[in-house]
Design a protein. Structure first.
Length: 117
């Protein structure tokens, strides 16, 4: 009887730990939007309409189901690589800045937010 109770308690504890882990890793949409605003991302992008840059909804569709989606977008927003504009010209994409500098948790949160649109 004690063994069954111990097994149940262990299962409950594991479930609670899993819930805490998922919540700790959950997307923080408010922080992502704030970071995007601070970096003027929304000057060239919108969530559901194209501007000079593609709508985040289109970006999410493009990368849906692709294993390298997160890594690809992180590279794009942190490297300054060329971005192509609708009129055909290219410019270096602005590098997203965080505080503290180069905070990958903030960068990943922003990318997850973009991919969730």
């Amino acid at each position: 009887m004690k063994t069954k109770r111990l097994v149940r308690l262990s299962a409950v504890a594991a479930a609670l730990l899993g819930l805490v882990s998922v919540q700790a890793m959950a997307l923080d949409a408010d922080a992502a939007r704030k970071l995007a605003q601070q970096n003027n991302c929304l000057k060239c992008h919108a969530i559901d309409k194209d501007k000079d840059g593609p709508a985040y909804h289109k970006v999410a569709e493009k990368y849906k189901g692709k294993a390298n989606a997160e890594a690809r977008l992180i590279e794009h927003i942190t490297s300054g690589e060329k971005a192509k504009f609708p009129d055909g010209h290219e410019e270096e994409h602005k590098i997203v800045k965080t505080s503290p500098a180069k905070d990958m948790a903030q960068i990943k949160n922003l990318v997850e937010w973009i991919l969730a649109q």
